[in-house]
Design a protein around this ligand. Structure first.
Ligand SMILES: [Zn+2]
Length: 412
């Protein structure tokens, strides 16, 4: 198998990252420059920029025009600072650099890729090969969808994994990093390729490029990768979700994993300080707090029920009216449910204060309370409803206005 082939045999733009994935700067000549909307698409004879493809976004960076001295060179291209490359795309083997200004064909340029961005992507993508290779090897599932953006890296598999499987995959992936396994690039001949088993095998006309991580993976891929696994640093599988009959794993690797760890650690430390316990004890502390809160709520409701039971109510023409400070709506409903039936009177409890308004529950054995709910709504700026024997709602009115409403009602 030939380790390197002359790339022009299978792609129109020479891809410098095939030979050296760590090339940050290079020189090239502009072949064409085509306007497209607000942008210009610059074709170079060779490039280290990776074009959007296979789930990974295109490289960004800049192009600088070499060797010009005046304001405008002979070809009509302006001289000056670097020209930003906002994206890199590919069509029919030609790689296009998206820029905001015209660069005349024949111009010699220096290209510089945004290395921090590219290295981060190489860490995520190279990790994907190790994880997918392991999933394939151990469980037989294929990676059927890969998406790498600035925010997220997701891997879709066509089979279901358990949480235990994921822990195992993550551990073995990190062992691959510790072993510092090389990432090899292979360009097999057609005959060789036919006899090799590898992931993402599809029949294509041109040269197949294989990325090999010995002992872990062999996969067709055209993206730049790290030279050896130690450069990935760390692999964390941060999420697993059911997806189209299989699972979607979200990974964070290298610098992204470290940032994520920093964030998680800061949150845990903040929580730990807030609750005055070391972070190992946070779980126990939180369950204890939840129990304590439930007990306190129970106790509060018990006192509220006792308080309501003591409210004798003002009898205004067949309605026993209680106006009380804020209490739990559940407590009021229970109170009305228990006391209204058989009392021969409608029990009305308004709970709240004059500033925020009042909630209410009214229960009765007889009569159509829904008409009363409508009338309360109209007169006391409220809303509510319910059944013939039980209505509830809220009003935006004062205690005095509520009382006045019932007094006026009785005089009609
Ligand atoms: Zn790949």
């Amino acid at each position: 198998m030939t380790e390197k082939m002359h790339q022009q045999d299978f792609s129109k733009t020479i891809r410098l990252y095939y030979d050296d994935s760590e090339m940050k700067e290079f020189t090239a000549v502009v072949v064409s420059c085509t306007p497209l909307g607000e942008e210009f698409l610059v074709e170079l004879d060779r490039t280290a920029f990776f074009a959007e493809g296979g789930g990974q976004e295109g490289d960004r960076g800049e192009l600088r025009i070499c060797g010009c001295s005046g304001d405008e060179n002979a070809a009509g291209t302006r001289c000056g600072g670097p020209i930003a490359v906002s994206n890199t795309t590919e069509k029919a083997g030609i790689i296009y650099h998206h820029v905001s200004e015209f660069i005349a064909p024949g111009t010699q340029v220096e290209g510089a890729i945004d290395w921090e961005l590219r290295y981060d992507r190489m860490q995520q993508h190279s990790a994907e090969h190790i994880v997918s290779g392991l999933v394939h090897k151990l469980y037989g599932f294929d990676n059927v969808g890969f998406r790498l953006t600035d925010e997220k890296t997701t891997l879709d598999f066509n089979g279901v994994l358990t949480a235990g499987d994921v822990t195992r995959i993550e551990r073995l992936s990190n062992e691959a990093i510790w072993k510092n396994v090389p990432f090899n690039t292979l360009f097999p001949t057609k005959e060789e390729e036919a006899s090799i088993e590898y992931r993402s095998k599809i029949s294509i006309e041109g040269q197949v490029r294989l990325v090999e991580v010995p002992g872990y993976d062999l996969c067709a891929c055209c993206a730049p990768h790290v030279k050896s696994s130690a450069q990935i640093g760390v692999i964390k599988i941060v999420d697993m979700a059911n997806y189209k009959g299989g699972v979607r794993l979200t990974i964070k690797c290298g610098g992204r994993a470290v940032k994520d760890y920093d964030m998680a650690l800061a949150s845990l430390q903040e929580l730990g300080e807030e609750l005055s316990v070391p972070r190992e004890e946070l779980g126990t502390r939180v369950s204890k707090l939840k129990d304590e809160l439930a007990a306190a709520e129970y106790e509060v409701q018990r006192w509220q029920a006792e308080y309501l039971a003591k409210c004798s109510g003002e009898n205004i023409a067949g309605v026993s009216l209680c106006i009380v400070p804020p209490v739990s709506g559940d407590v009021v409903r229970r109170f009305v449910n228990e006391t209204a039936p058989g009392s021969g009177i409608a029990k009305a409890v308004f709970f709240g204060n004059d500033t925020d308004g009042y909630g209410y529950v009214i229960g009765s054995d007889s009569g159509d309370l829904r008409a009363l709910a409508r009338s309360i709504g109209e007169s006391l700026n409220g809303r509510g409803g319910g059944k013939d024997n039980m209505i509830q709602g809220t009003v935006k009115a004062s205690a005095a206005q509520i009382r006045e409403f019932f007094v006026n009602r009785s005089e009609k």
